[in-house]
Design a protein around this ligand. Structure first.
Ligand code: CAA
Length: 287
């Protein structure tokens, strides 16, 4: 399949990443189905796309017409079969748990057309292992966007052990059609490139505070003003979702060893459901 043959993109998961990916795909002119497990979650994702498109139009980053046309191209659905029936490309952005993702792929495999390529937005999990749940390992790769997808330029395109060169070329071309810069990741290792670097930074910052060496504010001002990153480590954790960071760390800890043990400061936030911006409270308050 060539990029010009891709008309319909199914995005599975309407959360922080899923709704942003659906928005980016719709802005690029693809027909998009946005799927989640119930009406409330899908509608929430759809509303966030509407909010974001309005914001972009307000700031003249896109025209009102383009915002309306993009929203019109998004169809919110709940049944997986309806979401993927016409899909040329399925981008999965469900919670970062191997078992959940495998269950979703098993169901999607039953309903998606044979031609469809599957791409996972996983932040860290093995593309090879996920692909082996399906009958199309060679048409399966990672397509990892960054939060917020509509603002972040980079997309990691990750090859699993069975991914064909044609699949990598196609998904990179789709990322370019979306106005993104794809970076090819040749080795399917935990955290790929970005999270292997970024998530330990968040974790180390958390250990510093946990051990009483620094405060959240002092760490953030050094990352932001001295290291020149756009956000402090804790601001970034709140933006990404502290639960997402912890899931990545847990997987890296399991596969790569003790250096990646999640700091209790992070795991306690998850236990308290203070997950960052999406719950209104994380290391900072957003209400
Ligand atoms: N759509 C539209 N507008 C949005 C938006 C969205 N999705 N998200 C935020 N905005 C708006 C805000 O509401 C705000 O609007 P107002 O000015 O009206 O209040 C505005 O954007 C803020 O934008 P600015 O240009 O003023 O802010 P900025 O230049 O600081 O840019 C940023 C914001 C692009 C998020 C920047 O801070 C940044 O690059 N942060 C780092 C993000 C990052 O590293 N993400 C990757 C995380 S890792 C990851 O995602 C991978 C993983 O697997 C864990």
């Amino acid at each position: 399949m060539d990029v010009d043959d891709v008309e319909t993109v199914a995005v599975l998961g309407a959360g922080n990443m899923g709704h942003g990916i659906a928005e980016v795909a719709a802005l690029a002119g693809f027909d998009v189905t946005l799927r989640d497990i119930n009406e409330e979650f899908v509608q929430n994702g759809y509303n966030q796309i509407e909010w974001s498109l309005d914001k972009l139009a307000e700031k003249d980053q896109i025209s009102e017409e383009d915002a309306d046309a993009a929203l019109d191209r998004v169809t919110p659905v709940v049944p997986v079969a309806d979401a993927v029936a016409e899909a040329d490309l399925v981008i999965e952005a469900v919670p970062e748990k191997m078992d959940i993702k495998k269950d979703v792929y098993a169901e999607v495999e039953e309903h998606a057309p044979d031609r469809a390529v599957f791409a996972s937005n996983t932040s860290s999990l093995s593309i090879t292992e996920l692909s082996e749940v399906t009958d199309r390992e060679e048409r399966f790769c990672g397509m990892h966007f960054f939060n917020p997808p509509v603002r972040m330029q980079l997309v990691e395109v990750i090859s699993g052990a069975h991914t064909s060169a044609g699949t990598m070329d196609l998904v990179e071309a789709v990322a370019e059609r979306m106005g993104k810069t794809p970076v090819r990741v040749r080795k399917d290792s935990p955290g790929f490139i970005v999270n292997r670097v970024l998530v330990p930074l968040m974790n180390e910052a958390a250990w510093l505070v946990h051990e009483g060496e620094a405060t959240v504010e002092s760490v953030d001002s050094t990352t932001k003003y001295e290291m020149g990153l756009p956000m402090g480590s804790f601001e970034l954790a709140d933006q990404v979702g502290i639960d997402v960071g912890v899931h990545v760390l847990e997987y890296m800890h399991e596969v790569l060893g003790d250096a990646y043990e999640p700091c209790p400061l992070l795991t306690e936030k998850v236990e308290d459901e203070h997950l960052g911006k999406k719950t209104g409270k994380g290391f900072y308050d957003y209400e």
